[in-house]
Design a protein around this ligand. Structure first.
Ligand code: BGC
Length: 365
């Protein structure tokens, strides 16, 4: 992955290589144009692995499409790979001119992208890169940096707790999600040197298939049993997995003593931070991600082309994919308020009931 953040620079509408079929070259025939009406299809992956997909991505994508006055449809595959393919087929048949997907794995993602391409439909990998795929664009965050922030956040919380030679367990994301690999590369870059120097001890390290939160709790319970309760820090790859670990720590009266990481700045993750059960989360401004992706989708849906100024190498296909990569932000208790101020979550969502006092203490007014 090419490092560094480049702002999304739309270098005009080059109108090169129109993707719409146009069989009439006279251009004078009233009503004779075969140009397709721009329409965008979006397939979200599920509604369980993270609150973000239905809670943030759908909302911000809808806002962007509505503001641009473009026709669109957003559907959720609910973790079902065959439903994912059926939805894609239906969208292509219904005449979408751009298709944006969050793949469930690279295999089915690639099949969908290739089919769309063969039908002249432009495609965007939204948030997850489809390995070996053919997407026209990839829009995401710098996911190695996300992982790095998780590793750094955990280190800070372990230091704050005065932990000596802490045992750190890993609850990684889905092995079928390229992002999970990138997150792990990021946190390993911070933590592995500490394992090597014996400052920290590497504990159990497991992937959570499909980012399944319930399964994560079972896995973590087993980790705790297997180590005789000797886990001092948990690198959980997102807020949902973090909450699963916290639920098990609570049962064992260890919550708050063992720092747990997260990602996505979900209302639940932020509440866990305020209560002291979670160490940190990573805030990804999904409004910006949705805006960048919808700008590209709207352009290609109209048969236009945009420059992103950056590429990401697909390690499987070897292709340099034109990309937009945004910058994630580390959130501790002190700056939970920034996520609310940014309009990502509301004060009502985070500060309800027992959290009202914790919010006030954290300067959330
Ligand atoms: C996304 C995360 C999300 C996870 C589970 C990843 O690909 O980047 O934001 O928490 O999938 O849905």
């Amino acid at each position: 992955m090419r490092k560094g953040f480049l702002t999304f620079a739309a270098v005009g509408l080059l109108a090169a290589g129109s993707l719409t079929a146009c069989g009439d070259d006279s251009g004078s025939d009233a009503g004779g144009s075969t140009e397709k009406k721009p329409k965008i299809g979006v397939i979200l992956p599920d509604s369980k692995s993270s609150a973000r997909w239905e809670g943030a991505d759908r909302k911000f994508l809808e806002e962007a499409f509505k503001a641009a006055g473009v026709d669109y449809t957003i559907q959720n595959a609910e973790g079902d790979k065959s439903a994912f393919q059926t939805i894609a087929d239906q969208m292509i048949t219904s005449g979408v001119t751009a298709l944006m997907i969050v793949n469930l794995d690279s295999g089915t993602g690639k099949a969908v992208l290739d089919k769309a391409k063969s039908q002249g439909v432009a495609t965007i990998d939204y948030d997850r890169l489809t390995l070996g795929g053919s997407a026209t664009y990839y829009v995401s965050f710098d996911n190695e940096v996300v992982g790095k922030l998780q590793g750094e956040g955990l280190s800070k919380c372990l230091t704050d707790k005065g932990a000596k030679n802490p045992v750190v367990a890993y609850l990684n994301g889905a092995p079928t999600d390229n992002n999970a690999t990138l997150f792990k590369n990021g946190y390993d870059s911070v933590l592995k040197p500490k394992f090597d120097s014996k400052e920290y001890t590497k504990g159990p390290d497991q992937n959570v298939p499909e980012w399944d939160n319930a399964r994560a709790a079972t896995i973590f319970e087993q980790m705790l049993t297997q180590t005789g309760g000797k886990i001092d820090g948990v690198l959980a790859a997102n807020d949902g997995l973090g909450n699963a670990a916290i639920s098990v720590l609570k049962k064992n009266k260890l919550n708050g003593r063992v720092p747990v990481t997260g990602q996505d700045a979900t209302p639940q993750g932020l509440q866990n931070i305020l209560s002291g059960d979670q160490c940190m989360t990573v805030y990804k401004a999904i409004k910006e991600e949705a805006k960048a992706a919808s700008d590209l989708a709207i352009a290609v849906a109209k048969g236009e082309k945009k420059e992103t100024g950056q590429t990401v190498k697909d390690p499987e296909g070897g292709r340099d994919v034109p990309s937009v990569l945004l910058t994630p932000k580390l959130i501790f208790k002190e700056n939970v308020k920034d996520v609310i101020a940014d309009g990502f979550v509301t004060k009502d969502e985070v500060c309800a009931g027992a959290y009202a006092k914790l919010c006030a203490d954290a300067g959330i007014s």
